[in-house]
Design a protein around this ligand. Structure first.
Ligand code: FMN
Length: 313
């Protein structure tokens, strides 16, 4: 209630500051939690998917903690996983201070857990500023994986930008195949070299009207050995429409895990999307609008609801 009043006040003064305010508020609260005597460990409602063990199925979507600064104190937020980025790497030039800063934040956060068992999973959402599918684009993603290999739990190949080759109505499937196949090959080489495997998923937006072609994009990703997909539902009228589409995706593309983001505002919403076939869900706007305490409550209460999960048809 207090947070909602605050955020309403902030948006009445400057709408551009709303996200920054939500970030600062969440960050400060998480840091303050270090000084309170009660333990705020992660809500447990575990899910095993893409080769990882997630303590609960609710994650923080990319864009909120772009630089990974929240990671070192993010457990009280309750999120089972945090996705940092998008980090846009340009392989043609040396990593600049901005990117090195993200690497440092991840290293620092990982250092805090050195002798402790960290349950929260950390994803790194990687991007390329190249609009076309080219050797340069592939090199950007591979460079990104190399930079973050030591501490990332999973990688996201972000294809959700409006100009992404996966998003256009009639994507060039050959080019897309070339992109994903090449990324997977280089990922295989890195796995061998580093002696540790890190799952890779793609993130693609699912528009309300033109979304049929996404089936082919997902099938292609699956064929290329990608571990799953983050489906970002944008401008959908309500959560029921999202669930219907998720159910169709799950029916048509078997054994390919989905992480669904977009329009999830409550534990009921999250539960519906999970029932429809998503393995995990992510939240962004809900955290900005309702604040970290309400979001934590929502993640806590999801554990109670999942016992009542209806069987997906
Ligand atoms: C201000 C803002 C910045 C975002 N930045 C990114 C980003 O850098 N990378 C990305 O993959 N998604 C980004 N997103 C998209 C979110 O991760 C998410 O897919 C989208 O907001 C839908 O979820 P929601 O309805 O819970 O907000 C951003 C969203 C917002 C509102």
């Amino acid at each position: 209630m207090f947070y909602r009043l605050l955020i309403r006040f902030v948006s009445s003064i400057n709408t551009n500051f709303v996200h920054k305010f939500a970030y600062l508020y969440t960050y400060s609260l998480c840091r303050l939690c270090r000084f309170i005597p009660i333990s705020l460990s992660l809500p447990l409602n575990p899910v095993d998917v893409i080769g990882l063990h997630f303590p609960n199925p609710v994650g923080l979507a990319a864009g909120f903690d772009r630089n990974g600064k929240l990671l070192c104190c993010s457990e009280p937020s309750g999120f089972g996983f945090i996705e940092i980025g998008t980090v846009n790497v340009d392989a043609q030039i040396e990593a600049d201070d901005k990117i090195l800063n993200v690497v440092k934040n991840l290293e620092k956060a990982a250092g805090k857990y050195q002798n402790k068992n960290r349950q929260q999973q950390w994803g790194v959402n990687l991007g390329s500023l190249e609009n076309t599918v080219s050797d340069r684009t592939i090199a950007d993603y591979v460079q990104g994986m190399q930079l973050f290999w030591s501490h990332a739990d999973y990688f996201v190949i972000n294809l959700s930008r409006p100009d992404s080759p996966a998003r256009v109505l009639n994507p060039d499937m050959e080019k897309l195949y070339e992109l994903l196949q090449n990324i997977k090959q280089q990922h295989g080489r890195l796995t061998e070299k580093k002696g540790k495997s890190i799952p890779v998923v793609i993130k693609t937006a699912v528009d309300y009207i033109n979304n049929e072609h996404i089936n082919n994009v997902l099938l292609l990703a699956k064929d290329c050995g990608i571990d799953g997909a983050i489906l970002a539902f944008e401008a959908w009228p309500d959560i029921h429409a999202v669930c219907e589409r998720v159910r169709l995706f799950a029916e048509q593309i078997e054994s390919f895990p989905f992480i669904v983001v977009g329009g999830i505002r409550s534990a009921k919403d999250a539960n519906r999307v999970l029932n429809a076939g998503a393995s995990l869900v992510q939240i962004y706007t809900g955290l900005v609008q309702d604040g970290p305490l309400q979001t934590r409550k929502m993640i806590d209460s999801l554990g109670g609801l999942t016992g009542e999960r209806d069987v997906a048809p």
